[in-house]
Design a protein around this ligand. Structure first.
Ligand code: ATP
Length: 709
């Protein structure tokens, strides 16, 4: 069978622009790493045609809503007489905020046969209301909680009674106090220890809207897990949910802070191997921690045999990476407006709202180790509403070489390995631990941190390493930290038809080409721009009956668009140039019944999400400079839609979506980010095969050679 491939060129200055059928994109930054054709498998036909699922994605299982670690008040300084490290009051911790929308944007809404006057909805700044910062949400929760006095005496379940003593710490959700046994029980340690840690969360607190804190469930599953403190009792008393747990010592943050904000290589290497052992056990139980950072690693109680033992606390952001009943890895998804974690240490995938998996804990561990070793991370110091975005951008733009400058090479190798991991990849913990072998030279009694977990598995290590050999194919490096330009073209299989393309078209010659195509019975199916030059694809298979287009210096020219809406034309493709001008193509003969568009300084995911709920789907998308222009239509021929947003070409996400039957139906990029809209078709029979090609120059050879297969 002869199949013609419709072409999508994506001209990407580090990103893409485009629309259905043809994308043209000049891509700057990030070298052309993965050149070559990537092909979507023939559709997996299990498409769920469920608009509700599209517009109202279920909350990710097992996570606490709206929690932002960074917002907690500084923990009280542990006063630990006799502890080997002095304990001054901590300086500013790794606080951050959830990325929020801050676009002052224009949301134009109109169109529809015979609809007059047009419904114009100019929503300036409406995203601010929707994207209320998590920082604020947490502060509210704390205020609520702080209105009730703390109990002086605690007794929950069949626990002994405890008197509340000094505060050990405070997070965004809980306050942790020393509890001294006053009656009941007899032992010095264990379930009725003389001293315990009491974690109190107010019943009106953010994590308790639906009953006991989510963390309780995780502790129930993980109690006894290597490196996790034991929870002995839990229950509600008055206004508070209370956990009674083993009392631990200072956090790594405290230790770092009291050691002139720098830790020795050996100490950090010991932390690395022990943290990896703890995470391995955590992951083996089917959970990812979700908030790995220095504040959440605690040492054992000073003056006890465990004072150099490492523990991982705060399970409130843990989520399952494996489905307990099926044993399968949870499904990949991306919700770009969802962020959970601490900005400073979060993985790039977490920033981008991707479903958490084991790789994210490891990436956060890498940042934690480098922070402890170097005393600073390059993305510290950003402030404001856009902080999350700027931090994530900086993480992507910082190469492992730069980040690990002056760090021993194992740290760089570790970072490189974990930032290259796939979503569902099983970490090779033994190999990761082995990176740090040569950094640990002291005998067991002199080591600054005990590495019991790593030593236990270490006996097996030699054999396992030999068995696995050096399996790793050299992986392509993802974060090179240097800009590059890339063209991305997307090809979609079609029955043979007449198709023509023009590229490097100046403003002056644009109409001449369009007119010629029109005279030959073709309509514009896709437009794009690179370096203020236009690319156009015209073909005979659009189904359009009539078409108008305008090249305007305005992005996007509202009056002209509304005029055409009045005449029942709908936007079918558009492209913005870096100088801010825009080419808008509007056609008759589409299935659309209503249209709405938005111009925004940031990728307007919240607006898209809102419009999805109203029955609109993204049908065209472009950028001009940093601005995004998104068009959404009612009655588009798709049943379901998702977004892939990244700082690079999101290869893994696109492949995963392809496997689920999604196909790319719109794409755009600015200097920072690339966005792809992927949709499932309403009709299975309309399923198509898709390929993407990334090249450093316009892919004219490929288009000519591969146009007909
Ligand atoms: N078992 C413990 N023993 C001693 N100190 C503890 C213990 N658990 C927690 N802490 C201290 O209390 C602080 C807050 O605890 P935790 O992180 O569990 O609270 P949270 O409200 O869930 O915090 P976050 O806002 O980070 O989620 C910790 O950083 C630590 O300093």
């Amino acid at each position: 069978m002869t199949v013609m491939f419709n072409i999508f060129y994506l001209c990407y200055r580090y990103i893409l622009r485009g629309s259905w059928r043809v994308f043209i994109c000049a891509w700057k930054k990030m070298p052309d790493l993965r050149r070559g054709v990537r092909q979507a498998k023939k559709a997996n036909n299990n498409v769920v045609n469920n608009a509700a699922a599209l517009v109202a994605p279920a909350p990710r299982r097992g996570t606490r809503r709206g929690k932002v670690q960074a917002l907690k008040s500084p923990a009280a300084s542990p006063v630990v007489p006799g502890y080997p490290y002095p304990m001054p009051r901590p300086a500013g911790r790794g606080r951050g905020s959830r990325p929020t929308d801050q676009d002052k944007n224009l949301d134009i809404f109109g169109g529809g046969v015979g609809r007059s006057p047009l419904n114009l909805d100019v929503g300036v700044g409406n995203q601010l209301a929707v994207g209320r910062s998590a920082e604020k949400m947490v502060i509210d929760a704390e205020d609520e909680g702080s209105t009730s006095p703390l109990p002086e005496r605690v007794q929950v379940g069949n626990s002994p009674a405890y008197k509340l003593e000094r505060k050990l710490g405070k997070g965004g959700f809980g306050q942790v106090y020393v509890g001294r046994r006053v009656s009941g029980g007899s032992g010095n340690t264990g379930p009725d220890a003389l001293e315990v840690a009491l974690k109190l969360e107010h019943r009106n607190g953010k994590g308790c809207s639906y009953g006991p804190p989510y963390e309780w469930q995780v502790y129930s599953t993980l109690n006894g897990c290597y490196g996790v403190p034991m929870v002995h009792h839990k229950g509600r008393q008055g206004e508070y949910y209370i956990l009674v747990m083993d009392k631990l010592g200072p956090s790594l943050w405290d230790v770092w802070n009291s050691s002139n904000q720098i830790l020795s290589e050996e100490m950090v290497a010991c932390i690395a191997v022990e943290a990896l052992s703890i995470l391995e056990q955590f992951h083996l139980r089917g959970f990812v921690h979700g908030d790995v950072k220095p504040e959440n690693f605690l040492l054992g109680q000073p003056g006890t045999p465990n004072e150099k033992k490492l523990y991982l606390v705060d399970l409130g952001l843990s989520s399952k990476w494996r489905d307990a009943s099926s044993g399968n890895h949870v499904e990949y998804d991306q919700k770009p407006d969802v962020f959970r974690g601490t900005v400073r240490y979060a993985s790039v995938h977490a920033h981008l709202g991707r479903t958490g998996s084991r790789r994210d804990d490891l990436e956060s561990l890498a940042y934690t180790l480098i922070f402890l070793l170097r005393g600073k991370l390059p993305w510290q110091g950003f402030i404001g509403e856009n902080k999350g975005f700027l931090v994530c951008k900086k993480k992507m733009a910082t190469s492992p070489e730069l980040l690990c400058y002056l760090c021993p090479s194992p740290f760089k190798q570790f970072l490189e390995t974990v930032t290259n991991m796939k979503f569902d990849e099983e970490p090779n913990y033994l190999k990761l631990i082995a990176h740090f072998d040569n950094c640990i030279v002291s005998s067991a009694s002199l080591r600054p941190i005990r590495i019991d977990g790593a030593l236990k598995v270490g006996q097996k290590r030699g054999r396992l390493l030999m068995d696995s050999g050096d399996d790793a194919q050299p992986r392509k490096k993802i974060r090179l930290g240097s800009p590059a330009t890339q063209w991305i073209s997307i090809y979609t299989s079609r029955t043979p038809m007449k198709q023509r393309y023009y590229y490097n078209v100046t403003d002056a010659r644009l109409h001449q080409h369009v007119e010629k195509g029109k005279n030959d019975g073709l309509h514009i199916s896709c437009v794009a721009s690179s370096a203020n030059l236009w690319a156009i694809v015209m073909d005979a298979g659009t189904g359009f009956t009539s078409q108008v287009c305008e090249l305007s210096s305005v992005f996007l020219h509202k009056e002209w668009i509304m005029e055409q809406w009045e005449k029942n034309y709908y936007i079918t493709s558009l492209a913005g140039a870096s100088n801010g001008s825009a080419l808008v193509v509007m056609s008759k003969g589409t299935a659309y019944t209503q249209q709405s568009y938005k111009v925004s300084e940031i990728f307007p995911f919240k607006w898209i999400n809102k419009k999805w709920k109203e029955g609109f789907l993204v049908t065209s998308m472009t950028t001009a400079g940093s601005r995004w222009g998104i068009v959404m239509s009612r009655d588009a021929t798709y049943s379901n839609q998702v977004v892939e947003l990244d700082f690079l070409y999101p290869s893994e996400g696109i492949h995963r979506r392809w496997e689920k039957g999604y196909r790319i139906t719109a794409a755009a990029a600015n200097e920072d980010q690339a966005a792809f809209i992927l949709s499932t078709s309403k009709k299975r029979s309309q399923d198509v095969t898709q390929e993407t090609l990334r090249t450093s120059a316009f892919p004219s050879t490929h288009v000519k050679g591969g146009g007909c297969l």
